[in-house]
Design a protein around this ligand. Structure first.
Ligand SMILES: CC(C)(COP(=O)(O)OP(=O)(O)OC[C@H]1O[C@@H](n2cnc3c(N)ncnc32)[C@H](O)[C@@H]1OP(=O)(O)O)[C@@H](O)C(=O)NCCC(=O)NCCS
Length: 280
């Protein structure tokens, strides 16, 4: 005989406790948190279960600031703006945009955190950081992969990456983080430059991966945090597009043609059905 599940155990959470007139997040009364902690501190509390140090909160906040927007040519931003001209609500526009953030657009940060973890794993087996990075990059380039977190189509040097790395270096000097993943990130950049014969500088995703790995976040959390950050840009662009008006805007002005490479004009063949009707 199977016993029916205890309805009180259907959802279990260590995140939040709610009772009539009382809301506690990770044990803290919400009215104590409101006005006392910043949004990055709240994100840390929700994900990690405890409040961050000032340095940890500042680094997380810096990452969230860095990735908010990359202009209307970023598919996620363009989709939010296009959706807004289709008569949908802001929730639909935001969801459409977030749904375009996948392995190729917006996913490099998570992939780069996995890469740094792989280098860390190799280095943990008695191999120096540089050699571990060289080995990992060698394997990936043999598979003809693009190394996530490095190179940029638009920026010869990504202005966000250097600033984030500088903040990590300052935090290392204060003893707030170890600098282990900053060293790994730089070793990967050097190994990639050696293997390719040209420098492909660390981009926003590579630098974000350094910060979030230093802070102890898991790669999948890295993806989620990027989405949180980019959602700010998505919302701002959706609202700006709404204010500008515009109806049914496609990805390019109608005067710009697209390339058709299908069959040439042809005639539908005529067929006679069993009933003797000729179509069309
Ligand atoms: C961002 C990106 C698409 C820009 O690419 P791009 O400058 O247009 O470069 P291409 O894809 O045309 O490649 C040009 C050359 O650089 C190489 N290259 C560029 N980025 C590379 C990377 N991350 N790893 C390995 N090789 C890379 C290409 O293999 C190619 O080499 P080749 O000339 O020997 O064939 C590319 O750097 C990339 O895929 N990076 C990894 C993913 C990533 O971090 N995305 C987030 C960007 S913010």
């Amino acid at each position: 005989m199977t016993s029916s599940p205890d309805p009180g155990q259907w959802w279990r959470t260590a995140i939040i406790d709610i009772a009539p007139g009382a809301i506690r997040v990770r044990g803290y009364a919400i009215e104590d948190l409101i006005g006392a902690i910043s949004f990055p501190e709240m994100i840390w509390l929700m994900l990690r279960g405890d409040l961050p140090s000032a340095d940890q909160a500042a680094l997380l906040g810096a990452v969230l600031v860095a990735a908010v927007d990359h202009g209307p040519q970023a598919p996620s931003i363009a989709i939010a703006r296009m959706a807004m001209t289709c008569g949908v609500g802001v929730n639909n526009a935001m969801a459409s945009a977030v749904n375009a953030l996948g392995d190729v657009h917006g996913g490099a940060g998570q992939q780069c955190m996995e890469l740094y973890a792989a280098v860390d794993g190799r280095a943990g087996h008695g191999i120096a950081c540089d050699a571990a990075a060289g080995a990992e990059i060698g394997v990936r380039l043999l598979r003809r992969e693009h190394v996530p977190g490095f190179g940029h189509r638009f920026h010869p040097v990504d202005p966000r990456a250097g600033r984030l790395l500088a903040l990590v270096d300052e935090a290392v000097a204060r003893g707030a983080v170890t600098g282990r993943f900053a060293a790994i990130g730089r070793a990967v950049e050097d190994a990639l430059a050696t293997a390719k014969g040209k420098r492909l500088p660390m981009n926003i995703d590579g630098a974000t991966a350094v910060v979030l790995s230093e802070l102890g976040f898991a790669p999948e959390e890295g993806r989620g945090l990027f989405i949180l950050s980019r959602s700010v840009g998505i919302l701002a662009h959706a609202m700006e597009q709404k204010a500008q008006g515009g109806r049914i805007k496609g990805p390019m002005p109608p005067a710009v043609p697209y390339a058709y490479d299908g069959a040439g004009p042809r005639t539908l063949p005529r067929t006679t059905t069993k009933a003797g009707v000729t179509t069309p």
